[in-house]
Design a protein around this ligand. Structure first.
Ligand code: GCW
Length: 753
C-alpha cells in the first residue's frame, strides 16, 4: 500500500478537525478529539486502499503516447544505457536543438542517463544534411533512401566500434528519426541489428481544426479550442509546444488552425500577428501553419464590391494578402477552402467554377511555395441530384483544370463522415488532380468523446478499398499517395479531436485516433492493428496480456459502433443538428438531404436507399467491376447493403440466412451487447493499468452502454412501425416507448455548428 497525502485528503482532515465549529455541536472537546483521531486514521486507511486515490491520482493523459516511463527490466536497461546513454546531435538549428532536447528528456526518464557528448565519445549519432552524408559514407549507409523527410535508424559498425546512427537529409527527417528511435525504446524493442528506413509516402499530413475564433470547436468534444486567440500573441502556453511535439512524433507536418466555416477576420492583421506566433512555435517541429479562408473575404474585410475570382482587383487583393502573410510567416503552408457548400460563399456565387476559384488563390500562393486545399464536400438541394452523387458530378469535369499547387480534398465517403461509408467515387476518377483524403478524427457521428472507438480499422478499410481506376490494385491509398497517377504532391487531412481537456481528446482511447491518423498519413499502408498495439504499449501498458486485451477491444470497437448506430449500410439517422443519439424519425429539416427519412427510406415495402441503376444510379460513378457488383444486392458486401439497395423486410441476408428485419434487430441488440461485453472486459483490466485512466474509460463506457441501449430501442421501435413484424424471440421488447424516446431533446449538446 502506498501512502500518499494529496490535496483532497488534507482538505478532508482539516474539515474533520474543524467539524465542531461548523456544526456548532456542543460536545466535550476531550471526547471529540479522541473520536476525531480514530476517524482520521480510518479515513486515511480507506483513502489509501483505493477509492479516493483512484479518483484523484494517476495518469491524467496529458503526456499522450510520449510518457517515457522508466525501463525496469535490467537487461534492457543495460543495453539501452550502453547504446544510447552518450549521444551526439550534430547541428544547431532550432529543429536539431529540439531533437537534442527530446533525447535528453526521454532518455533521462527512460534510462536515467542522458549525456550530450562529443561525436567521438558518443554511441548514438544524430545528423542531417551534410553531416549525415558524411556519416553515411563512413558507415556505408545509403542515405538517399531517407528521401526528403524520412530517416535511417541503424546500428553500424566501423573498426570494431558499434554505434547507432539516426541519419536524414533534412532536420525534420532527423527529428522524426529521433522520435522513431525513442518509440523503439518505449516499446522495449532490442536495438541490436536495428535497421529502419522510413520516408513518408504522403507529403502534406495535416490536421484540420474546426476551431472558431471565440474558442468554440465545431464538432469538438474535448473542451474548447487550444488556441487562446484572445491572449495571443504574448501569452504562449506550454500546450502549444506540446501539441507540436506530439504531432512531430507521428510525422504530422501541417495544421490548419481555424474552422473551414471560416471567419474572415482570421486574415486581418490583428489575427495574423497571432498566427505568426503559433507558426514560430511550430516551425522547429517541422509543422507548417495553414488557414481556412472565406471566399468572400475581399468583400468582407477588403472593402471590395465583389469576390469574383476573375476580377483583377480581387486577384490583386489576394496577392497582397498572401504577400503580407509570407512577410511574417515565410513557410506558411497555404489555404484550405470550403466553398459553395452549406451556405459558404464560393466562386459559384459569381458564375465561376471551383477550378477558377481555386486557381486564383493558387496563383497568389505559388510564388511562395504555398498550396490550396480545395474541399470537394459540396451539395445543394437545388441541384436536383442525389446528394451522394453531387461532388463527383461537379468535380470530375474539372479534372485537369486545376493549377499545380491545388489539391482537391475529398471526404472518405460520398456523404459525410458516417460511421461507415463506401469510399467516395471521386478517388480514382480525377487522374490529373492530386486528391487529398479528409478523414474525421473527431467523432461527430460516432458518439462524441464518450465512445470507445478506435478509427484505425475504418481508415484502413477506406485506404485499402480498390477503386479499380487502373485495374485491380488501384487502392484509395495509391490514389492519394500520388503513386497511381504520379503526382508531385499528395495529402491527407484529419479533422482534429483535440481540445483543452487535460487529456487532449476527452477520452484516453480517442488519443489513439490522433495517433493512427498521423501514422497512416505517413504510411497509408500501415496496419491498424499494429498501430493500435504500439499506441497501447506507449500509452496504457506494456504488459503482454493487457496489451492484447486492449488492442482486441480497439480492433472490434469500430464494427461495434456501426452495429449500435447504423448497421448494414444505414446512414445519417442521428439526432438533428447536434447529431447526438438516434433520430431516424427526423423528417422536417430545411432540406431533404438533411433528414434521416431521406436516407433510410423505411416504408412498408422495405428499407434502404436504392442507388442502383433502377434507383438514383450512384453506382455508375464507380469503376467496373464495382458498379456492377454493387448494383446487385447479392454481390454487395453486407456492410453496404442498405447504402445501395432498398430491400424488402423479408430479404434473406446471406451471411446469417435471417430475413432482413430479423437481421437488423439482431444487429442492434448485438451492438448493445457488444458494448456491455466491452465494459466487462475493461473491468477486468482493473489493477493492470493506471487507476485514473482505468476509471475514466470505465465511466465513459457506462455512458456508451446507456447510449447503445438508447440507439437499439429507438431504431428497433421506429423501424418496426414499417416492418410490422415482431421482435424475434431471442430478444425482448424495449422498455422505453418510441414516443418517450422521440421526445428527448438536447439543446445544449456540445460541438454544434
Ligand atoms: O458533417 C458536416 C458537419 C459540419 C461541417 C461540415 C463540413 C464544418 O456537420 O459541422 O462543417 O460537415 O465538413 O464542412
Amino acid at each position: 500500500m502506498r501512502l500518499t497525502l494529496g490535496f483532497h485528503e488534507i482538505r478532508l482532515v482539516i474539515l474533520l478537525l474543524r467539524m465542531p465549529y461548523f456544526c456548532r455541536i456542543n460536545i466535550r472537546v476531550k471526547y471529540f478529539k479522541d473520536v476525531m483521531k480514530y476517524l482520521i486514521v480510518f479515513f486515511l486507511l480507506v483513502s489509501q486502499c483505493g477509492f479516493a486515490s483512484n479518483l484523484f491520482h494517476g495518469e491524467d493523459g496529458y503526456r499522450l503516447w510520449l510518457k517515457y516511463d522508466a525501463i525496469q527490466q535490467s537487461e534492457l536497461l543495460k543495453s539501452y544505457t550502453e547504446l544510447l546513454g552518450n549521444y551526439h546531435v550534430y547541428g544547431d538549428s532550432d529543429t536539431m536543438q529540439v531533437a537534442r532536447e527530446e533525447l535528453q528528456f526521454a532518455l533521462g526518464n527512460m534510462i536515467n542517463r542522458s549525456r550530450h557528448v562529443g561525436a567521438d565519445e558518443a554511441t548514438l549519432l544524430v545528423a542531417s544534411g551534410e553531416n549525415a552524408t558524411q556519416l553515411a559514407e563512413r558507415y556505408s549507409v545509403n542515405i538517399g533512401r531517407a528521401e526528403g523527410e524520412g530517416y535511417i535508424v541503424k546500428q553500424v559498425t566501423n573498426n570494431n566500434e558499434t554505434k547507432i546512427v539516426v541519419l536524414a537529409n533534412t532536420d525534420a527527417g532527423a527529428l522524426y528519426g529521433v522520435f522513431r528511435l525513442l518509440k523503439e525504446v518505449q516499446l522495449h524493442k532490442p536495438l541490436h541489428a536495428l535497421n529502419i528506413i522510413s520516408a513518408p509516402k504522403i507529403s502534406l499530413r495535416v490536421l484540420n481544426h474546426w476551431d472558431d475564433l471565440d474558442r468554440h470547436v465545431e464538432r469538438g468534444y474535448a473542451g474548447q479550442s487550444i488556441w487562446d486567440w484572445h491572449k495571443l500573441p504574448e501569452y504562449r502556453y506550454q500546450r502549444y509546444v506540446d501539441y507540436a511535439r506530439a504531432n512531430a512524433s507521428v510525422g504530422i507536418n501541417g495544421t490548419v488552425l481555424n474552422n473551414v466555416n471560416a471567419d474572415p477576420l482570421i486574415l486581418t492583421p490583428h489575427y495574423l500577428e497571432k498566427v505568426k506566433v503559433l507558426a514560430d512555435l511550430f516551425r522547429p517541429y517541422g509543422i507548417r501553419v495553414y488557414l481556412s479562408v472565406k471566399f468572400s473575404s475581399p468583400q468582407l474585410i477588403g472593402n471590395l464590391s465583389t469576390s469574383d475570382p476573375i476580377d483583377p482587383e480581387v486577384q490583386q487583393w489576394w496577392k497582397d494578402k498572401v504577400a503580407e502573410i509570407y512577410a511574417d510567416i515565410p513557410d506558411f503552408g497555404g489555404f484550405l477552402v470550403k466553398a459553395n457548400s452549406e451556405g459558404q460563399p464560393g466562386p459559384g456565387d459569381f458564375g465561376r467554377t471551383h477550378a477558377q476559384g481555386a486557381n486564383m488563390l493558387a496563383k497568389a500562393l505559388a510564388p511562395f511555395g504555398g498550396n490550396v486545399m480545395w474541399r470537394a464536400f459540396v451539395y445543394a438541394n437545388e441541384k436536383g441530384e442525389e446528394r451522394s452523387k453531387q461532388a463527383y458530378s461537379e468535380f470530375t469535369p474539372l479534372d485537369g483544370k486545376f493549377d499545380e499547387n491545388v489539391l482537391v480534398q475529398v471526404k472518405n465517403g460520398p456523404i459525410d463522415f458516417q460511421p461507415r461509408e463506401p469510399f467516395s467515387p471521386l478517388f480514382g476518377a480525377m487522374p490529373e488532380t492530386p486528391l487529398m483524403m479528409e478523414f474525421q478524427i473527431t467523432m461527430e457521428y460516432l458518439g462524441f468523446s464518450t465512445h470507445f472507438v478506435y478509427l484505425g480499422p475504418m481508415y484502413e478499410e477506406v485506404l485499402q478499398s480498390d477503386t479499380y481506376a487502373k485495374g485491380e490494385g488501384s487502392t484509395v491509398a495509391k490514389v492519394i499517395d500520388g503513386e497511381l497517377f504520379d503526382h508531385r504532391i499528395s495529402g491527407m487531412a484529419g479533422v482534429s479531436n483535440i481540445g483543452t481537456d487535460r487529456n487532449w481528446t476527452g477520452h484516453i482511447i480517442l488519443q489513439s485516433n490522433w495517433y493512427v491518423f498521423g501514422r497512416m498519413a505517413w504510411d497509408p499502408e500501415s496496419k491498424a492493428s499494429e498501430v493500435a498495439e504500439d499506441w497501447v504499449r506507449m500509452t496504457l501498458s506494456n504488459e503482454k496480456s493487457a496489451v492484447a486485451a486492449i488492442t482486441n477491444m480497439m480492433m472490434t470497437s469500430h464494427q461495434t459502433v456501426v452495429d449500435v448506430m447504423t448497421p448494414l449500410g444505414l446512414h445519417h439517422i442521428m439526432g438533428a443538428g447536434h447529431h447526438y443519439g438516434p433520430g431516424p424519425w427526423v423528417d422536417s429539416l430545411g432540406r431533404d438531404d438533411w433528414n434521416s427519412t431521406y436516407y433510410h427510406r423505411a416504408a412498408k415495402d422495405g428499407i434502404g436507399f436504392d442507388r442502383t441503376p433502377e434507383g438514383v444510379n450512384a453506382t455508375e460513378q464507380y469503376f467496373s467491376p464495382l458498379k456492377e457488383l454493387w448494383s446487385n444486392p447479392q454481390s454487395t458486401p453486407e456492410k453496404y447493403l442498405l447504402w445501395f439497395h432498398h430491400l424488402p423486410w423479408d430479404f434473406e441476408v446471406e451471411s446469417s440466412g435471417r430475413p432482413l428485419w430479423d437481421e437488423l434487430v439482431y444487429r442492434y441488440f448485438q451492438g448493445a451487447e457488444q458494448v456491455s461485453e466491452m465494459a466487462a472486459k475493461w473491468d477486468d483490466l482493473e489493477g493492470q493499468i493506471d487507476p485514473l485512466q482505468f476509471r475514466q474509460v470505465q465511466m465513459a463506457l457506462d455512458i456508451q452502454e446507456k447510449e447503445a441501449i438508447w440507439w437499439r430501442d429507438a431504431c428497433v421501435l421506429y423501424f418496426q412501425q414499417f416492418s410490422e413484424r415482431p421482435i424475434p424471440a431471442k430478444w425482448f421488447t424495449p422498455k422505453h416507448s418510441l414516443a418517450e424516446l422521440k421526445a428527448r431533446s438536447f439543446p445544449h449538446a456540445p460541438g454544434q455548428g
